[in-house]
Write a protein that binds this ligand. Structure first.
Ligand code: NAP
Length: 325
């Protein structure tokens, strides 16, 4: 198949290109040339900017496009106006953040209510606008290519090349061993998925011309925060000792959820990591073992400068909280 990827050089996009090449597809990527230019030898690279210069996309045809870099409805609209006659299938990488947390129930599936889509005039991104903007982008895609679009809603993406450092922070921290601060309720469910599993599944779904919306996260069986920490500790042979801090203690110590302690969401917040992924599983999603994911992340992380990560508390801050415990 001839597949165009809008993006393709950072994280999920990079794994999509690798998965598609491994399955013998002919790949074109479109990006500005700022993030890892000329990284792939066997890939056609078109340069342009989604915010204004789409000329390189004109006059060409592909079987399918995978859009990993659509965050604003007017930007997705501009690309799809050019591409709707040039492709048969539009795969849009959305997010689980499109759902309205306040109305989510445990094990919500794809029919759960979404947030109200952001207005077409919104031009700046903020954490509270990310979900509404993605919902608006989904609407643009499904309206422009009815019956020809696949909407992929990933949960937290993890794995090598993750630019956010969130999950990677846990891997690096646990690998260091010693006394480790563990957040909140040990039994609280956590969800995340290796971006390479998403990539393999998206390419298979693209090959099959599948349409509709899918939640895509993992693991397959319920995983608690405690199980996640213990299994990662064993997989990395780190020998760490976990010390659990309640939500009240973390609040008192000014430790915030998610960015200070990735994967931690307080029970008191209306946020959920309990999405139902059975539709994607029925459609062939295969999820690799947690142990493989964390070992590969560690291997990759060790090739990078060991500077401060973008997420997670510092060692000093952790020490302070452990002392207060
Ligand atoms: N990370 C998560 O946990 C998570 C969870 C749920 C959903 N998602 C979604 O998953 C997707 C994956 O993102 P990714 O960063 O991993 O994708 P990616 O395709 O690997 O990287 C982003 C690509 O977009 C290109 N790009 C950025 N701005 C551009 C512009 N104005 N014009 C043209 N190209 C542009 C970048 O190259 P240049 O810089 O060279 O242009 C890069 O190739 C996103 O849609 C995100 O919302 C992520």
């Amino acid at each position: 198949m001839k597949i165009l990827i809008l993006g393709g050089t950072q994280f999920l996009g990079r794994h999509l290109v690798e998965a598609a090449l491994a399955r013998g597809h002919e790949i074109t990527i479109f990006h500005r040339g700022l993030t890892n230019p000329k990284m792939f030898l066997r890939v056609e690279e078109l340069l342009g900017d989604r915010t204004g210069d789409l000329e390189a996309l004109r006059g060409k045809n592909w079987d399918a496009v995978i859009d990993t870099s659509g965050y604003f409805p007017h930007i997705v609209h501009a690309a799809i106006e050019i591409l709707k006659k040039a492709v048969q299938h539009y795969v849009f990488i959305s997010s689980i953040s499109v759902y309205d947390d306040l109305h989510l129930k445990s094990q919500s599936d794809e029919t759960a209510p979404r947030l109200s889509p952001a207005d077409d005039t919104v031009r700046t991104m903020s954490p509270s606008q990310y979900g509404p903007l993605k919902a608006a982008c989904e609407n643009v895609v499904t309206a422009a290519m009815p019956g020809q679009s696949l909407i992929v809603r990933p949960g937290l993406l993890v794995g090598p090349y993750d630019p956010t450092d969130r999950f990677t922070w846990w891997v690096r921290r646990i690998a260091r061993g010693g006394d480790i601060l563990a957040p909140g309720n040990p039994d609280r469910q956590v969800q995340f998925i290796d971006a390479r599993d998403v990539a393999d599944w998206v390419i298979a779904m693209t090959e099959a011309g599948q349409t509709g919306a899918y939640n895509i996260t993992g693991p397959e069986q319920r995983l608690s925060m405690k199980e996640f920490l213990d299994r990662t500790n064993s997989a990395l042979r780190a020998g760490g000792n976990f010390f659990w801090a309640s939500e009240a203690i973390l609040n008192k110590q000014n430790i915030g959820p998610w960015m200070d302690m990735p994967l931690w969401l307080p029970d008191t917040e209306n946020a959920s990591l309990e999405f139902n992924l059975s539709k994607a599983l029925k459609a062939g999603l295969k999820i690799r073992a947690l142990e493989e994911t964390v070992c590969d992340i560690l291997k990759w992380d060790q090739t990078r400068p060991q500077t401060l990560l973008k997420a997670g508390i510092t060692a000093e801050r952790e020490e302070e909280v452990l002392t207060a415990l």
